[in-house]
Design a protein around this ligand. Structure first.
Ligand code: PLP
Length: 372
């Protein structure tokens, strides 16, 4: 291994140059570059197949998938969500004219704690927006029950959960809708892209119009829409990457398992493990550093790794509720578990073509610091 080359937590997955060129060749014949072209429609069908759900609408990115879903439902009031997420989740809520209410998370898998949702429900609450953090699937049954009892929509941020199966089935069947991201850094990418998956045909129809300026089939504008159409070059990248996806997930799993075995037994380092009965996509390699047991703080470990050219990320830190643009404007909420996890979390490099020796090297550094 060349120790001088810097290693980051992720690296975009690409097909071979030849495969992509072959895929985009016929775009030059059709001159059809966007507006729901044949690649877009084919990708949408193939994703429906892969994800095991009929209703898949492609959009420009995961963030727009969230905004379009919130807006297509015409929601007003408060949305209960987690502060332990990527900023997009909460910004989508605010940009849709809604108020985020932060709920604490579970200490074991970092997803929203259903036991703490109910006490946050007011007469203003219209929806719950949980996140399948690192691909850990939320407590979907408990969330369903709460939503049923209070007449709330459930919209999952499934940006981390592409292709994950629970009890052998795709996870987009849970909730009213699931929003996926196909950003370059995600398990499956279309360079930039995303999708809303749902069994709610009215929702999907509204999203189809809203992503195209609100134009209905007959050229009348029926909704106040936006422009969130996935272009043909992005869809072509998706078609190639989907072909190679299973191979990539296997490569991720091999690296994940290597981390797991090598970090085993280091006191104070907790490795995130997929739930039983779920088939993971191995999208992230988060570890939680308990400074007291490990003997060193997360900051110390972070600095040590960086000095060795390994660049982990403090993902998710800080909590959304502590970010300057949220801290001053929204109810902070009592989220002691999220505070603690955010203070010790760190994601390590994980991607399909990550040199296996980097995993050894990284774990070696973590163990060595522990022993110091
Ligand atoms: C990546 C991500 C998003 C946003 O998706 P984009 O495609 O980048 O717009 C939203 N939520 C979470 C949890 C994410 O990781």
């Amino acid at each position: 291994m060349n120790k001088k080359s810097d290693i980051y937590v992720t690296r975009a997955t690409l097909p071979s140059y030849e495969e992509y060129i072959e895929e985009i060749r016929d775009i030059w014949d059709s001159h059809w570059l966007t507006n729901m072209g044949s690649k877009h429609n084919r990708l949408s069908r193939e994703l429906a197949d892969y994800l095991g759900i009929d209703g898949v609408e492609l959009v420009t990115n995961g963030h727009n998938a969230l905004e379009l879903t919130l807006q297509a439902y015409g929601l007003h009031g408060e949305v209960i969500t987690t502060p332990f997420t990527f900023v997009s989740t909460v910004s989508a809520i605010v940009r849709s004219g809604l108020t985020p209410v932060f709920c604490d998370i579970k200490p074991d898998d970092y997803t929203i704690d259903p036991d703490k949702v109910e006490e946050l429900i007011t007469d203003q609450t219209c929806a719950i927006l949980p996140v399948h953090v690192y691909g850990n699937i939320c407590d979907v049954e408990a969330i369903y029950e709460i939503a049923q009892n209070h007449g709330l929509k459930v919209i999952y941020d499934a940006a981390h959960a592409f292709g994950i199966k629970r009890h052998g089935e795709g996870i987009s069947k849970y909730g009213d809708a699931s929003c996926f991201s196909f950003h370059a850094t995600k398990v499956f990418n279309t360079i930039e892209g995303g999708a809303v998956c749902s069994n709610d045909n009215d929702l999907l129809e509204r999203i189809r119009r809203m992503r195209d300026f609100g134009i209905g089939d007959d050229d009348t504008v029926t909704e106040i829409g936006t422009n969130a159409k996935l272009n043909e070059f992005a869809a072509a990248m998706g078609l190639c990457n989907l072909r190679n996806l299973e191979e990539c997930i296997v490569a991720r799993r091999i690296r994940y398992e290597k981390y797991l075995s090598q970090l085993d037994g280091i006191s104070g380092i907790t490795v995130n493990k997929p739930h039983e009965m779920t088939q993971s996509n191995y999208s992230y390699m988060p570890i939680y550093v308990d400074a007291e047991k490990y003997g060193h703080s997360r900051a110390d470990l972070f600095d040590r790794l960086v000095s060795e050219h390994i660049h982990p990320r403090k993902y998710f830190y800080p909590l959304i509720s502590d970010m300057p643009c949220y801290r001053s404007k929204y109810h902070h909420g009592e989220t002691p578990v999220a505070d603690r996890i955010s203070g010790g979390i760190m994601t390590l490099p994980l991607y399909p073509d990550l040199d296996i020796e980097v995993v050894d090297h990284t774990c070696g550094i973590i163990r060595k610091l522990y022993e110091e």
